[in-house]
Ligand binder design. Structure first.
Ligand code: NI
Length: 139
């Protein structure tokens, strides 16, 4: 942070009290760090609202490996979208259930399309797509 600028903000005491309580609970060392995080999060969200923006994502899936041919279908989908898949992690959770995390890179629209295809596949029990900006534009 070589190019630091100080700013002053006027806030209602009640609102500031709630904010201080929130950031204390989350373990922030000071207000500046918490506000920097809020700004980064908003800028990142704004960037992710653009379909052509570059993004990274982790798609978390839980499925029963006895059920249909989910694993094979997942492999085929990934081979058909080779440029976007960085890696996959497979964890055998118990006798039935597998957790698979597919880590992707690409345009927001392309990732969302692939994510939709995967999560709507027959045999997927639960899924969640965690989309983030790579952070290269954020200090
Ligand atoms: Ni497994």
């Amino acid at each position: 942070m070589s190019d630091l600028e100080r700013i002053g903000i006027s806030l209602d005491k009640g609102l500031l009290g709630l904010f201080d309580e929130l950031i204390r609970g989350r373990g922030y060392p000071n207000r500046s760090e918490a506000i920097r995080d809020l700004i980064r999060r908003e800028l990142s969200q704004e960037e992710l609202s653009q379909p052509d923006a570059r993004a990274i994502a982790g798609i978390f899936l839980i499925y029963d490996h006895h059920n249909s041919n989910v694993h094979q279908k997942l492999i085929e989908l990934q081979h058909n979208h080779l440029l976007e898949v960085i890696t996959t992690i497979h964890v055998h959770l118990d006798h039935h259930n597998c957790l698979e995390i597919i880590i992707l890179k690409g345009k927001v629209a392309d990732i969302s399309q692939l994510s939709d295809k995967i999560t709507s596949m027959k045999g997927i029990k639960l899924s969640r797509n965690c989309l983030m900006t790579p952070g290269e534009n954020l200090v």
